[in-house]
Ligand binder design. Structure first.
Ligand code: MRU
Length: 388
């Protein structure tokens, strides 16, 4: 059963978490931010799918973590349901607990759940990365003779490992990226201006985020800086989420409309651009929120270094270039109605609404990962990041 809980603020609340006792994935419903902070408890794969599809949980790393938790809770409830059925058919609770379902049935169920969750959104590779990791673990353990119950327990541990790794990866991206900000601060008297797009912040991961991790780390190190957030039409993740989390954390923050970035760069206020990524091809071409490629063009025109910040789980070496990345097309209503609610364009208007675009690698100065910064030529440096 899905249930909700209202909170005062997002401070200290993980974006996505596992409630082991209830067998639930707990998320902050991001469609309600910044007006309400509502925790949503999801305990079926259908609820997980819907939450990912509706962007209640969104951002590449957070989707991956939610999907890993989703694979576990699905297996957990599958097991519980069989135990309840055993009790209902006359067995006592002890017998039901000792009852051992067929591990191959569990694997078949998990494979189905994996395909279902993968179909929720196509562009962020972290989703299929996480479900593959969970499914492969289950298959390997079953091949080694593990029982269904042991596989479910291992999936719980693996979901917790995915959560812990996400936290650690974002922290490491912050450590590797903050010196880029600090180096610019050493060269100027005014605060360093860092522009970001969409939300690659703490709300796109368990904590801290990717593109915002160097901002948070540099800020904690007292590097003078100002964050600039593109509002990010059509769903305003920059305004609703990034501006919220950065300002709540005390980071000096300015919000601007997407069509103002070029003009802002013209004033000299922007020293650096940090964006996240949904999928990075082997050659460095990077899919991220629609508008990112335009920002890269503006950054190039103004000689502002443009960095992508992402965990290595976002690098997809099976895509040779950006042309191999599937770009999600979303509902026209996202463009024609404001915040899913208020209409702001004529009825029946034709709409162009890709959720992402691809920034060509030549526009990218570097890709900040948890293992360090990959520089061009990316074919070589990204492979070393992933495999090294
Ligand atoms: O459609 P969204 O809100 O999931 O898009 C998110 C982005 O494009 C983020 O910038 C991207 O996932 C990187 S998050 C580290």
């Amino acid at each position: 059963m899905e249930w909700h809980e209202d909170l005062e603020s997002i401070a200290g609340v993980p974006t996505v978490a596992l409630d082991e006792r209830a067998g639930a994935c707990v998320i902050i419903d991001q469609t309600l931010l910044p007006n309400r902070v509502v925790l949503e408890h999801l305990d079926t794969r259908e609820q997980l799918y819907r939450a990912i599809d509706r962007l209640e949980v969104r951002g590449a790393p957070a989707i991956g973590v939610a999907a890993a938790i989703g694979m576990y809770i699905d297996a957990y409830h599958w097991m519980q349901e069989l135990e309840s059925l055993a009790i209902m058919s006359g067995a006592d609770a002890d017998w039901a607990f000792a009852y051992e379902p067929n591990v191959n049935d569990l694997l078949a169920h998990l494979d189905e759940t994996r395909a279902y969750l993968d179909s929720a959104r196509p562009t962020a590779v972290n989703l299929s990365w996480a479900t593959r990791r969970m499914a492969e673990l289950a298959h390997r353990l079953a091949d080694e003779g593990a029982s269904a119950r042991a596989v479910v327990a291992a999936l719980r541990d693996e979901a917790n490992a995915v959560i812990a790794e996400d936290v650690e990866r974002c922290r490491a991206i912050g450590e590797h990226g903050a010196p880029l900000v600090a180096a610019l601060a050493a060269e100027k008297d005014a605060p360093v201006g860092v522009l970001t797009h969409c939300n690659a912040g703490r709300l796109c991961a368990v904590e801290m985020g990717t593109a915002t991790a160097p901002i948070y780390t540099a800020f904690e190190q007292d590097v003078p800086l100002r964050a600039y957030c593109d509002e990010t039409r059509p769903l305003l993740q920059g305004a609703r989420l990034t501006a919220l989390e950065l300002s709540q954390a005390g980071v000096p923050t300015t919000l601007l409309c997407d069509n103002m970035s070029n003009s802002l760069m013209g004033t000299g206020a922007v020293d650096l651009v940090f964006v996240g990524a949904d999928r990075i091809a082997a050659n460095g071409d990077t899919a991220n929120k629609i508008g990112t490629s335009l920002l890269a063009l503006a950054a190039r025109a103004h000689d502002v270094p443009f960095y992508v910040c992402a965990p290595t789980s976002t690098i997809d070496l099976s895509c040779a270039s950006g042309e191999d990345i599937a770009i999600e097309q979303r509902a026209a209503s996202e463009v024609t109605e404001l915040h899913y609610a208020q209409r702001m364009a004529p009825e029946g208007i034709e709409v162009y609404n890709p959720a992402f675009d691809v920034t060509p690698a030549p526009h990218i100065a570097g890709i900040v990962t948890e293992k360090g910064i990959a520089y061009p030529p990316f074919e070589q440096s990204l492979r070393e990041m992933v495999e090294g």
